[in-house]
Design a protein around this ligand. Structure first.
Ligand SMILES: [Mg+2]
Length: 173
């Protein structure tokens, strides 16, 4: 499960953090190894990612105070180093779930392309978690045990939610 915090909702949005967790969809409320990095937004625009003022203003909202504060306390690294680190952490090709058919996965793909790195997963392994949640509207999103809009805390809570939905549906993923 991946979650990107961004400064935009377009396909080439500036990425300010990436969170990801490995998880077994057949487990319950359990995740494995995690990845998290905060990114210097000026390195994103250097490579051609695009900031969007509407989203930047949205970040200014009171509801995002904690997420913003947590984010600002972290070391922000260059986009290329962040993506390099992601590739090393990610390893072999495997399914990648993001919350939106044209959000996290697509934005990350754009970033890999603009930096000149190969996206580490195949197009066959793109999974839309938002669509999956619509198949089970009665399964509630688990309470985020961390900070809402912190990329890693969001990725974890989404992985737990996916596990709960898969169990409720009794389906294979
Ligand atoms: Mg998020």
């Amino acid at each position: 499960m991946v979650d990107c915090e961004t400064w935009g909702t377009n396909n080439e949005a500036v990425i300010i953090s990436i969170g990801a967790v490995l998880f077994d969809p057949y487990a319950q409320h359990t995740v494995g190894e995690s990845f998290h990095v905060a990114i210097d937004p000026s390195s994103c625009t250097f490579y051609g990612l695009k900031p969007d003022m509407t989203t930047i203003m949205w970040w200014m909202g009171e509801e995002r105070d904690e997420a913003r504060k947590t984010h600002m306390e972290q070391e922000q690294i260059d986009l290329a180093s962040a993506l390099d680190g992601f590739i090393s952490w990610f390893g072999e090709d495997k399914p990648v779930w993001g919350y939106g058919a044209v959000f996290d996965n697509v934005i990350l793909r754009s970033a890999f392309r603009l930096v000149g790195l190969k996206c580490p997963w195949s197009f066959r392994n793109d999974r839309c978690f938002r669509t999956f949640t619509y198949l089970a509207p009665l399964v509630p999103r688990p309470t985020n045990g961390g900070v809402v809009h912190h990329a890693l805390d969001d990725a974890k809570s989404q992985a737990y939610w996916l596990q709960a939905i898969r169990l409720a549906l009794g389906c294979s993923v």
